[in-house]
Design a protein around this ligand. Structure first.
Ligand code: UN1
Length: 496
């Protein structure tokens, strides 16, 4: 029996109060087509209230010593841990990902809470000699103020923790627009913040559309940073709007990630890793493997083994523990995948498995797509260049290690890459030459850990990183402080 929510309609969380909004829309379980809850569609005056609450709250919050701010995040971590199973079940219902992966995602949030709470006792700056006598010099992190975070449906709780926890530990207040497809995780996390004793107004959740709520965040003069994960088009528009206002913006916008399989690779292991990274989360991860760049010497064997292994992929409702591949988020997602299947065929790639939507029997009510394998793709095909965000992977044969690296790097994105080889020289060359923010050796393209920077090069982002200590750079300003205790006027660069 699936866990139920205690409400049929969610409310915004503004200034520590649950505020109802008259307009709302239904949230559908992608596995069953059933409506699970109504999510508010807020307007710009709701955003205004949230920003004003955040602005007020931030003044006090910035004065709370960071180790005390950390205490709240430790409590958040323990509450997440206590509720891990409930949250995972709800996550599977709103997002569709299989329960094992939902548990993994909630675990990322728990890890992030404990990791970044530890920063409450670090938040290191630098002390450094001054160039003049009797003068002290240091740098320290200062909060930015009110930050706006806009989070996607594919990791509705993990990504929210990557952004909100570092913002909060650094002394900012947050206004948060979660994806309307997956609002339950935001509702549950807001309740946890409330119970953990976060002062009112330090986090505010405003549900609604990107075109109304997201746009209002981007243009609000009191919001000094936008941290966004989502589509490339939206990210570019946000960057342009923020650029005009000189507003700081951190973007993470996907990938076209590849597993490289060299002629000396452990093929058994490579097959397992490809299956996991390409078809796990039904390919709906920014880090999902959607290209396999394979050395021609092992291409046929790899194809055979992949096809055999794909036979064992069970597709269905992710609440069932034996299911490996869950549904696609919505019909628009299915349509996008379908159109790429047509494109792939027209471009001349060879379809080896899948390529169709599942619509019969138990699949009738949900959004299911068969795990799909193309081969003989070339590096310039659209299916080998563009993000599909579905369970579709294309094999691209190459003749050498150098060509493999070139093909890997020959896309607009640069999030994650992987190489299977047992040659130590290739390992070190690959980790140097693969132009992505994340590199795996003898592992698939997914599974980043929260204490390292998450993000990528080129079209994946704009140089910032989520999670890790690097996330603090998004949510703080560096302040240089000089204390002259000479009692005289000492002029830098002159009185030396
Ligand atoms: C995403 O798809 O945007 O590395 C996040 C991974 C996960 C996070 C994915 N830890 O695949």
């Amino acid at each position: 029996m699936a866990i139920q929510l205690e409400t049929r309609k969610l409310a915004n969380f503004i200034n520590g109060e649950w505020v109802e909004v008259s307009e709302s829309t239904g949230v559908t379980n992608p596995a069953t087509g059933e409506e699970i809850v109504q999510v508010p569609l807020s307007n710009t005056s709701d955003v205004e209230k949230a920003v004003q609450a955040a602005k007020e709250a931030q003044k006090e919050w910035a004065l709370v010593p960071a180790p005390q701010r950390a205490e709240v995040l430790y409590r958040v971590g323990y509450l997440l841990k206590e509720r891990k199973e409930r949250l995972s079940q709800l996550l599977t219902q709103e997002n569709g990902k299989v329960i094992e992966e939902a548990r993994g995602e909630v675990q990322e949030g728990i890890d992030m809470a404990f990791y970044i709470a530890g920063e409450g006792r670090r938040l290191f700056g630098q002390t450094t000699p001054a160039e003049l006598k009797n003068k002290f010099a240091m740098s320290q992190r200062a909060p930015v103020g009110v930050v706006g975070i806009i989070t996607p449906w594919n990791f509705p709780i993990a990504i929210a923790t990557w952004k909100s926890f570092p913002a909060i530990i650094a002394g900012n207040a947050v206004v948060w627009k979660p994806a309307t497809e997956t609002p339950i995780m935001a509702y549950e996390l807001a309740k946890i913040f409330e119970e953990a004793g976060l002062p009112k107004g330090v986090i505010n959740v405003v549900f609604g559309s990107g075109s109304t709520v997201g746009d209002a965040f981007v243009h609000h003069t009191d919001i000094r940073v936008i941290s966004f994960t989502g589509s490339n088009d939206t990210g570019r528009n946000i960057a342009a709007a923020c650029g005009k206002q000189l507003k700081k913006v951190s973007l993470e916008m996907g990938g076209k990630n590849a597993v490289i399989v060299m002629d000396d690779a452990d093929l058994e292991l490579a097959v397992e890793a490809i299956l996991w990274s390409a078809f796990g989360t039904s390919g709906q991860r920014c880090t999902a493997c959607s290209r396999v760049i394979v050395h021609e010497a092992v291409k046929e064997t790899l194809e055979e083994r992949l096809l055999a292994a794909m036979e064992n992929l069970t597709i269905g409702n992710g609440l069932n523990e034996s299911i490996k591949v869950g549904p696609i988020i919505n019909k628009a997602g299915i349509d996008k995948i379908k159109s790429y299947i047509e494109t792939g065929k027209n471009e001349g790639a060879k379809l080896l498995a899948g390529g169709y939507e599942l619509t019969e029997g138990e699949y009738r009510q949900g959004n299911y797509f068969a795990p799909t394998l193309f081969t003989d793709a070339t590096a310039d095909m659209r299916i080998a260049q563009e993000e599909i965000f579905g369970p579709v992977v294309s094999l691209i044969p190459v003749k050498s290690f150098e060509e493999a690296i070139e093909v890997n790097n020959g896309v607009e994105y640069g999030l994650s890459s992987s190489i299977f080889t047992n040659d130590v020289n290739r390992v070190f060359k690959a980790q140097r030459d693969l132009d992505t923010g994340i590199v795996y050796v003898n592992a698939g393209t997914t599974g980043a850990e929260i204490h390292l920077p998450f993000g990528g090069t080129k079209g994946t982002g704009n140089g910032h990183r989520d999670s890790g200590v690097q996330a603090l750079d998004v949510f703080t300003e560096w302040k240089a402080v000089y204390v002259d205790y000479s009692g005289t006027l000492q002029r830098a660069q002159i009185d030396v």
